[in-house]
Design a protein around this ligand. Structure first.
Ligand code: G3H
Ligand code: 13P
Ligand code: ZN
Length: 332
């Protein structure tokens, strides 16, 4: 058993309370590699932001859970080395799909877990979430649950369509499960293709796709029913057009990729939404820099030559999200 406290990590409780009260959101960045971890820590330290570093089941399979855990411990020490006296870093399991996986993470240094029972019938979601909450709280680990289904791929779970969260269920669900935060479905989805071209309109000036707006009416109804309760948005990458254009200009093929407009995420951050999940934008920033590098310098083959600009591009993106979208800067 390794407690997250031994690793210098924190859970989300205090962080979320401050974010809800302060009208900003905590960035939750997925990571799989050393360069992503370095860029996240550098961005968080330079902007004085708390940060959630999250690991999916796929990331654990790719990079190894033990390595990722010690990378999170390394992140805390690295942040201190960079001059941050009191880093607020959470190691979070993203889209946990069983009690056993959540328990394994809690026993191995995670300070927060998500149990994603959103594809289960309501009562089964409650039962599973409650079981995870009981174990997690006994170890002072916080739990994110999910109600409503996002379209697209949720780790290994795929859904063709989204089912918005039903506001009339949130009070009963949060009370009966004891969860610490709730991921909701209001029109975001995972990946770089959040909407089909048919779901969008085209901007007559640029010809670019304009996605349908998020269901803010549902978010506000949820806020009314559970005032101050921490809300989480998954699938919140913006899929920056300049990164997509760079990828496509250097041999990539991402036709009609489209994300969530940043103004809408800014608006959500000012509400009870206190955690915003971003993974695809990091993938795009990394891929754009690497493709450009290879195109311009075809003779390079030392990974440091192309991973350095990739890391810098991700750091720039993380800092932009923190300062210009979520507003979590200057909070340490
Ligand atoms: O919600 C999904 C995250 O983007 C994680 O993706 O399962 O491919 O690591 P992954
Ligand atoms: P994006 O694919 O929009 O980055 O969403 C990531 C996410 O929700 C991770 O859980
Ligand atoms: Zn997600």
């Amino acid at each position: 058993m390794t407690s997250y406290k031994e690793l210098g990590l924190v859970n989300t409780r205090e962080m979320f309370a401050k974010a809800v009260a302060g009208g900003y959101a905590i960035p939750a960045f997925n990571f799989n590699t050393l360069e992503q971890m370095q860029a996240i820590v550098q961005a968080a330290v330079e902007t004085k932001s708390p940060v959630i570093m999250q690991v999916s089941k796929g990331a654990r399979n790719y990079a190894n859970g033990t390595i990722l855990r010690y990378m999170a411990q390394g992140a805390v020490e690295y942040a201190k080395e960079l001059g941050c006296a009191n880093p607020q870093i959470v190691l979070h399991l993203d889209h946990g799909d069983s009690f056993e996986l959540c328990k394994d993470c809690i026993d191995n240094g995670f300070s927060s877990v998500m149990i994603d029972g959103s594809s289960l019938p309501y009562e089964e979601n409650i039962e599973l979430t409650k079981k995870v909450v009981e174990y997690a709280h006994a170890h002072d680990v916080t739990v994110e649950a999910e109600l409503g289904v996002l379209a697209g791929v949720e780790d290994e779970v795929a859904s063709e369509v989204s089912h918005y969260t039903k506001p009339e269920e949130v009070e009963d669900f949060s009370k009966r499960t004891g969860c610490d935060s709730l991921a909701i479905s209001i029109g975001t989805s995972h990946g770089a293709y959040k909407f089909t071209p048919e779901q969008c309109t085209r901007d007559p000036k640029t010809g670019k796709l304009v996605p349908p707006p998020l269901a803010f009416d549902i978010l506000h109804e949820i806020e009314k029913r559970i005032p101050g309760f921490p809300i989480v948005l998954h699938g919140s990458s913006s899929v920056p057009q300049d990164e997509v254009d760079t990828i496509n200009a250097h041999g990539g093929k991402l036709p009609d990729a489209v994300g969530i407009p940043e103004e809408q995420l800014r608006e959500a951050s000012r509400s009870a939404v206190c955690k915003i999940n971003i993974d695809s934008d990091s993938r795009l920033a990394m891929t754009a820099a690497i493709r450009k590098h290879f195109d311009e310098k075809p003779g390079d083959f030392d990974p440091r030559q192309y991973l350095k600009p990739a890391r810098e591009n991700m750091k720039k993106m993380y800092m932009h999200k923190i300062v210009d979208v979520l507003g979590s800067n200057d909070k340490l």
